[in-house]
Design a protein around this ligand. Sequence first.
Ligand code: GDP
Length: 517
Amino acid sequence: MQDVATEAAKRRTFAIISHPDAGKTTLTEKLLYYGGAIQMAGTVKGRKSKVHATSDWMAMEQERGISVTSSVMQFPYSGRLLNLLDTPGHGDFSEDTYRTLTAVDSALMVIDVAKGVEERTVQLMNVCRMRATPITTFINKLDREGREPMELLDEVESVLQIRCTPATWPLGMGGSFRGVYHFGLDRVRLFADSEVIEGIDNPRLDELFPHEVDEWREQIELVGEACEPFDREAYLAGALTPVYFGSAVNDFGIRELLDDFVEHAPPPRSRDAGREVSAEEGAFTGFVFKIQANMDPQHRDRLAFLRVCSGRFEPGMKLHQVRTGKAVKIPRATTFLASDRSHTETAAPGDIIGIHNRGTISIGDTFSEGEALHFTGIPDFAPELFRRVVLRDPMRMKALQKGLEQLCEEGATQLFRPLLGSDWIVGAVGSLQFDVTAYRLRHEYGVECTFEGVQVYTARWVGCDDPKMLERFRERNEAALAYDGTGALAYLAPNRANLELVQERWPDIAFTATRDR
Ligand code: GDP
C-alpha cells in the first residue's frame, strides 16, 4: 500500500439514497458490474437470489424479500476504489440508514422519472443536509413515460432545497427514448445500441432521427442557457447537484454517471472529533457506525462496522478504544470486496472494516492510536413505537436479557428498563423491527417471546446541569422513567399532552429526541 494520502485520494465512499422502488438495487448491481465485482445475470428478476446472496446475510431477508441488513461493497473503477454503503430501503430501518449516512462522504440520489421526489427521499435528504453531504442525482426509468425533465428539476430544487445542473439530458422518453446527451463532452449515446455520436450538431443525428433532432437541439440549447454550469465548490458544499438521466434496468446512462462521479465526488473528508481530523494524517483513527450480530451462524460474535478516518489499519494493530480507555488488539478485520467478504491486509481512509468482538464495542465508539478523540454526530433517535416483552418460558430469562441487550446494541431497536417494576420495553422506529427482533431471539438465542402493546407515546432523554434538580425530577416522575441500554435516563411519555405538561413543569430539565453517542 502506498502512503496514506495517496491511498485516501483514491477512495470514494458513498451511499445510494432513494424511495423504495426507484431503482436503487438495480443501480447497485450495475455499478458493481462496472466495477467488475460480479458477473451479471442480464435481468433484474433473479436479483434477489444473486446479488443479495453477497450483500445480505439474514435468512429473513430472503423470506421477506426486503433488505434487512446494510452492507458494504468495495469495487475498483477507473483507478479509484469505491466503497458503496448499502442502506436498507424499507422505512422501518431508518435509524440504521441515518447512521450509515454519517459514514459516507457523498451520496447518489435515485429518482423515478414518473414519480418525482417522494417522501423517503425527502427524509434522507434532510439527513444529508445536516452534514452538507454532496449529492449526485440519477433520474431513472427514462424508458417509461414520465414527467417533463425540466419540471422534475424544478421539483428537486424546491422540495429538496438544492440547486440542479443537468449533466446529461434525455433525448425523448418512454417509447421514443433515443438516448442521452452529455453537456460537458458534447456527446450523444444512443439507447438502441449504445452508439456514441460526437457533437449534437453531428449530421449522423439528422440521418438517424430527421423528425426529432431539431427539437432536441433546440431544447439542449435552451437548457444550456437556463441552467447554471457545474460548480464543484457548490457541489462539495451540498448546495448544487449534477443531474443524470438514464435507465438502470437497461444499463443506460450509468457510464456517464459513474465516469463523472469518480472525478467529482470527494475523497475522504476531514471530520470533527473534538478537533478536525484530516484523512491524510498518518495516525489511525475511525469510528463505529453500525453493529451486526451473528452474521455467520457458526460464530456467536458480532461485527462492528468501523469507518477509517485517517491513517491505515494493519492486522495485529493495537488500537485505543477511547470510550473505555482500553487498548484492543485487532488480529484481523473483515473488508468488503464486493466479490466476497475476504480478509484484507490493510485498510485506508474511507474504507470500512468489520471488527469481530464479543460485545465490547458500541455504536459511536472512536478508535485511535492513543489520542483522546471523539467523532461526533452519530445519533440515536427516539423510537416511535414501544412494546412490552412477554417471555413464554420464564426459565429463559437470562437468555432473553442477553439477546435483547445484544440486539439493541446494534441500534435498530432500543431497550428500556423502567425504574419501577420488572418489565422490559423495546422501542423501535418501525413496527417491522419487533418481528425481526422476535425472529432473531428465536433463531439466535433460542428464546420464544412476543411483544405486547404498552401505553408509551414517545421517549425523551432527560438531563440537567443541576444534579439536585435532576434528582428531584427523578423522584417525582419515577413511574415514567426508564434506563436505556447504555444506562442513560429516559422519560417515557404516555401521550403528547403529558409530555408537553411535564416539559412545562420542569423548564430546567432538557428533553431530547436524539442522543449523540
Ligand atoms: P429499489 O426498491 O429502489 O431497490 O428498486 P429496484 O431496483 O428493486 O427496482 C424497482 C423496480 O423498478 C423493479 O421492478 C425494477 O425492475 C424496476 N426498474 C429499475 N430500473 C428500471 C428502469 O430503468 N426502467 C424500468 N422500466 N424499470 C426499472
